[in-house]
Design a binder for this molecule. Structure first.
Ligand SMILES: Nc1ncnc2c1ncn2[C@@H]1O[C@H](COP(=O)(O)OP(=O)(O)O)[C@@H](O)[C@H]1O
Ligand SMILES: [Mg+2]
Length: 242
């Protein structure tokens, strides 16, 4: 896949494969093109050239909501605070986008029965330790908890491929370690594939089955945590060594 913005070749013939149930870490220096690559996969951008497939379906050039219905669901590097929605509202929004007309469904669901709320709280919020704040406006939560809410929204859309853009950025070490456990637990329970962009190497090493390194828009290395740490080309571009 390649995408250019004016003179900047943000993603340069990048390639990546992910198996069902696999967690792939995508690392690389700032400006490497990681977020842009995720933006292309999730339908925010249409790359000038390339191909992306999941279960034989073409992904590129589709709208984000179409991709979500095909199971390609993302979270965001910078989480927004969506006005006065509660945690549970946000999760319902994720579910509504999965199931059809988002606004109509959202309206119906926000009005809906306690039984469905209880189910979402039990299946989505409880495992992410968000059950107690289900009815709180997300504005009232810490940044770390809002990141978890963003993941909860994505899970409600029933992902087959979960694209996580820096799920641990801005979190404390303790919150980061918990997020890592949550992501592995999600993969085990939901059975989805995960592509996770992340800077914090301890979290990447603890979470990912395999690591792909990106620099200047391209893939430069792939391997285990130990291989990535000892490879001279990776150390040069990523760790800033000569
Ligand atoms: N919409 C855009 N318009 C112009 N340039 C962009 C746009 N999105 C990303 N870029 C550029 O693409 C490059 C890669 O950025 P990004 O994907 O955010 O990197 P990373 O997530 O690895 O830090 C950067 O040089 C960035 O300025
Ligand atoms: Mg980024």
């Amino acid at each position: 896949m390649s995408i250019r913005f004016g003179g900047v070749l943000a993603v340069d013939n990048m390639s990546l494969d992910v198996e069902p149930h696999e967690i792939v870490g995508l690392i690389g220096p700032n400006g490497a093109g990681k977020t842009t690559f995720i933006n292309c996969l999730s339908g925010a951008y249409v790359p000038q050239s390339g191909k992306a497939t999941w279960k034989e379906a073409d992904l590129l050039g589709r709208q984000p909501h179409e991709l979500i219905r095909r199971g390609v669901v993302r979270t965001f590097q910078n989480v927004a605070s969506l006005h006065d929605l509660t945690v549970l509202d946000v999760v319902k929004l994720g579910q509504a986008v999965r199931h059809g007309n988002p606004m109509r469904q959202l309206r119906d669901m926000l009005r809906s029965e306690r039984a469905r709320d209880a189910e979402l709280i039990r299946t989505i919020l409880q495992p992410l330790r968000l059950a107690e704040v289900a009815h709180q406006p997300i504005q009232s939560l810490s940044y770390g908890m809002r990141k978890a809410v963003d993941l909860a929204r994505a899970l409600a859309a029933q992902p087959q491929i979960l694209l996580l853009d820096e799920p641990v950025a801005g979190l404390t070490a303790q919150e980061g370690a918990m997020m890592s456990r949550v992501i592995r637990d999600v993969r085990d329970r939901v059975g989805c594939a995960v592509v996770m962009v992340e800077h914090k190497m301890d979290v990447v090493n603890a979470t990912c089955d395999r690591i792909v390194v990106m620099a200047s828009g391209a893939r430069i290395f792939e391997g285990s945590a130990a291989q990535v740490q000892s490879d001279p080309s990776v150390r040069r571009v990523y760790l800033g060594e000569p």
